[in-house]
Design a protein around this ligand. Structure first.
Ligand code: NAP
Length: 269
């Protein structure tokens, strides 16, 4: 039975025009009860995917402060609330990219951490107005503490007292250490992408603590999926990968929050 207009929840998926995001949108639409908006940077790709999915397209470049501000204003004036927000948009490097490590740091962090974190900060008030609000951050197993950080840094990132200001300072320190050619000496791993996702998981835990009474906030890894990001070589389908994020949308109101999920279960960060 179709949900009444009143009961329909507004779900926004960033980067929903292809890959895992497309399948997150598709699975929510097929589940029923959602009005799904895909927030994409390319108007043509966004409109085409929205038509395929039966979703709506809205413009958003997570790497642009202006675009984030315009998007937040649009969501506020047109909807006044968001019930489900999935930070799926992301970029990575690959083994064919010959751009030096230090030149990749800024662009990857700009989208995967800085843009995503500031976008989410702007969405939190709209989520607080939402019905059974869910925030889902698509991170990665590459962002696991032990994979990316020295023991001392692991302690700082996983501290229950970590604030977003301290987290931002730590991300700036990573950027500065990379620029100075000393990031490994300082205890950081050697992956811009992995670090960006680690910082996103740390952000997830801060937001979950702050919003414990208002919403469920979780991060997930879709697994290594066959999408453009992984040169279509991953062993898991994008549809199967999407289930990890979708599962976090369907958690009950008193369900887990601040967790890292993979293989459709709670995992160790
Ligand atoms: P994908 O096929 O490359 O899709 C990425 C999506 O993000 C595209 O829609 C892309 O838009 C969008 N995007 C990138 N930068 C953006 C920006 N600045 N503003 C708005 N949208 C932007 O990759 P995917 O594999 O589906 O990845 C989805 C998420 O899963 C990412 O966060 C990724 O890090 C994560 N993940 C993937 C894997 C994997 O094995 N594939 C594993 C772990 C985690 P365009 O089409 O315009 O480029």
């Amino acid at each position: 039975m179709a949900a009444s207009a009143e009961a329909v929840r507004i779900a926004v998926i960033t980067g929903g025009n292809k890959g895992i995001g497309w399948h997150i949108a598709d699975q929510l639409i097929k589940a029923g009860g959602f009005r799904v908006l895909i927030a994409c940077r390319n108007p043509e790709l966004g409109a085409k995917a929205a038509a395929e999915l039966g979703a709506e397209y809205t413009e958003l470049d997570v790497g642009s402060e202006e675009s984030i501000a315009a998007f937040a204003e649009r969501m506020s004036s047109e909807h006044g609330r968001v019930d489900v927000f999935v930070n799926n948009a992301g970029i990575a490097s690959n083994s064919f990219n010959s751009t030096p490590f230090e030149e990749q740091t800024g662009p990857i962090l700009k989208v995967n951490y800085w843009g995503t974190a500031r976008l989410t900060d702007a969405m939190l008030p709209l989520l607080r107005n939402g019905r059974s609000p869910r925030l889902v951050n698509v991170a990665s197993m590459k962002g696991k503490l032990k994979e990316q950080l020295s023991a001392a840094l692991q302690e700082q990132f996983s501290s229950p007292g970590l604030t977003r200001e301290v987290l931002d300072d730590l991300v700036r320190k990573f950027e500065a250490d990379v620029a100075a050619g000393q990031h490994q000496k300082e205890g950081w791993g050697n992956s811009n992408y992995g670090f960006s996702k680690l910082a996103l998981i740390a952000y997830t835990k801060i937001a979950a603590r702050e919003e414990a009474d208002t919403m469920r906030v979780n991060a997930c890894c879709p697994g290594w999926c066959s999408t453009d990001m992984g040169s279509q070589s991953g062993p898991r389908s994008a549809s199967d990968g999407a289930r990890n994020a979708v599962q976090c949308v369907f958690l009950p109101d008193d369900g887990p929050t601040g967790e890292f999920w993979e293989n459709e279960g709670i995992s160790v960060w």
